[in-house]
Structure formats: structure tokens, C-alpha cells
Design a protein around this ligand. Sequence first.
Ligand code: SF4
Ligand code: FES
Length: 250
Amino acid sequence: MKRSATSMSQYHDVVKAPMTLTLTIDGKEIAAEPGSTLLEVAQANGIEIPTICFHEATTANALCRICVVEVEGMRLLQPACIVQATKDMKVQTRTERVDRARRTILEMLSSTMDLSDAPEILAMMDEYGANRERFPDAERREIPLKDDNPMYIRDYSKCLLCWRCVQVCAEDAQYTYAINFEGRGYETQIGTFFDRSIPETTCVLCGQCVGVCPTGALKPKREFLLEQGMSPQEISVLNTGRKRRKERPD
Ligand code: SF4
Ligand code: FES
């Protein structure tokens, strides 16, 4: 059947019109596009939800659970970084239960790994009143630092297994697949195939893994050496075998 010009344009208007739904977050009625996550909707409306494993450049995987929120009618707390907003959903982002869950996650992290290079997580610990000594008998992840390439060091005692580095090394950015999870359970860590050194892998030293690491487990070699007390001159000699030329005055 042939459509009239008017009915065709009405048809296109319907197809193109952005569909919205409404939900309530912390008592505030909010319009959202279907398919948006609770985290996206909250962020777009100035409601803060903490994140650790989530990074806007990587596929959300809901590994850390720091972003959990309470959703009316749902028994379990829901990770806001992957759960989509639905019509008439009622969400609470700072109930006592939510805060307790976040606090416990932070306390478990701090009792098992070195967070000294993770200022954002340390700030969260203060905000949620996390007790750093809550699990004194927890076994700490103490893994020797890996310094096997000219670009970055790997200090997996500071790794919380957020998976961001693996994701940017794979389909989220570089398609290089130099690193992945290895081991099971408590022994899980990030590694290379057969524990090869970085130069023996497919790594192209793009540095994207370093850029997304939230804890300083991956760090530029230069930054690491400066922290160790080496001067820029000494680092230059180490890298090139040559001294840096003196800066010329303008
Ligand atoms: S090395 Fe960094 S980015 Fe990779 S999993 Fe560990 S904490 Fe996450
Ligand atoms: S930020 Fe959502 S689970 Fe980690």
C-alpha cells in the first residue's frame, strides 16, 4: 500500500523519536534512554556512584562490585555499571546496606593488597569509613615486581584484578592479547602466556594498559625509576647508554 507523504513523515518521526523511560534514583524522578545503565543515568544527573573496575574505555564487566545499588523488588544489590535502567525502577544509591557492602569490599581490598598507589580508592576508604585493619589475618598478595621491558614495570602486589589492562590489550583497543588472567581462585593473577617476559609476547608497548590501571600496578618505567631516586640523567644513560644533552638557554 502506498503511504501518503504526511503519513510517511509521521512514520519516520515515530521511528526517530528518542524513546525515554522514567525511573527514580534517590527519590528523584529521572528520564533515561532505554539501554542506559544505572551508572550512566546517575552520572548524567549528578548522582555519584563509585567505580573501580569500570572505565569508560573498556567493556563493563562488574568485577569489583563497588558500584552496587539497592533496587526495589530485587533481593540482591545490583552493580550499576552493567544493570540497565528500566521503566519505573526505584533505585537507592546510599542506603546503609549499600554503604556496608562498599565498605566491606574496600576493607577486603586493603587487607590483601598494596593500595599505596591508588589515591582514588584510598579516598573511597575515607568516605566509607573503611577499617584498614578489619581482616588482620588475611593473606596478602605479595608478588615479586616484574621489570622485564623498557617501558613499564608490573607490580602485581598492587593489582586488584579489575581486568581493565586485559581488556584494552584485547578487543577494547589494541587487539594484541599479550596479557590475560591466569590461575584459579586465590591464585588468579594477570600474566602472559607461559609466564613469558613482555618482550617475548605480542606486546607492542603501546602503554594503554598502563593508562587504564587504577592502582599503580602498571607504571611507566621512567616514573618508577624517578621514585626510586634516580635522576633524569641516570635514567637517560640507562635507556640509551648516552648522557642527555644539556638544555640550551633560550
Ligand atoms: S594490573 Fe592494573 S589494570 Fe590490570 S587488572 Fe591489575 S589493577 Fe587492573
Ligand atoms: S565498577 Fe561496577 S562492578 Fe566494578
